[in-house]
Design a protein around this ligand. Sequence first.
Ligand code: 13P
Length: 273
Amino acid sequence: MIVNMKNLLQQAKNEGYAVPQFNINNLEWTRFILEACEEKQSPVILGVSESAVEYMGGYQTISHMVQDLVQYLNITIPVVLHLDHGKTIESCKDAIDAGFSSVMIDASLYDIEKNIEITNQVIEYAKKRSVSVEGEIGQIGSNSTDINQILLYVQKTDLDALAPALGSVHGVYKGEPNLDFETMTLLKKNIQVPLVLHGGSGIDDKRIKKAISCGICKLNINTDLQIEWSKEVRKFLQNNNTYDPRKIIKSGEDSMKNAIYSKIRLFGSYGKA
Ligand code: 13P
């Protein structure tokens, strides 16, 4: 069942766990993620970056692929099809028109007034179509954002999920992750909108648990699955002469699913579908 993420995140917030966002890169990944989450009865957010949209052949192709896979695989868990880091109002509208149930508008490059204005335009379009919206304030990968800026952004928008820059980075961490738990805790106390942590790969279990206890309700993972999948594929190719792409891509399935199972347990979304 494809749904928006509003109620999923509200439930996660009330019960103190995080819904995983796993980014998809192709049909096989989508299938592995759906099957693994169905097995563990975890709700799931399928994140699609703009570059993945381009790679997979556009919003319509992805939307049809996900809807058809959900049906073909008899998936019963709530599945969110979410545009990750939509950079423009147009890309958010294109995703919505194609059937995405959720979008992220990332206008964090602009000053706060312009960010608010762009975010609100996306919200206006999305809300009429029952699509949820995530917004970004401060830039993920840069320093933690000033709390007053975050509060102003929340006050002036009606977001379903908020991704403030709180010290996490996309991709592999250089050194120890330096998450701003203090601001997370303040936000948990002061705002209603569920918090999102981007760059969830490469963070140790202790910090992840602490982030969830400090109010994180959605955790984004891409790199960790890429690492697990490619490690196995590399091994497989060293030991096999097959040239069948189906066998090559599938060789990473088990290790990728195992990584998904452990994230679901760690995030507490196991059995929450
Ligand atoms: P990682 O690749 O670091 O897991 O980040 C994923 C992400 O935040 C997608 O928006």
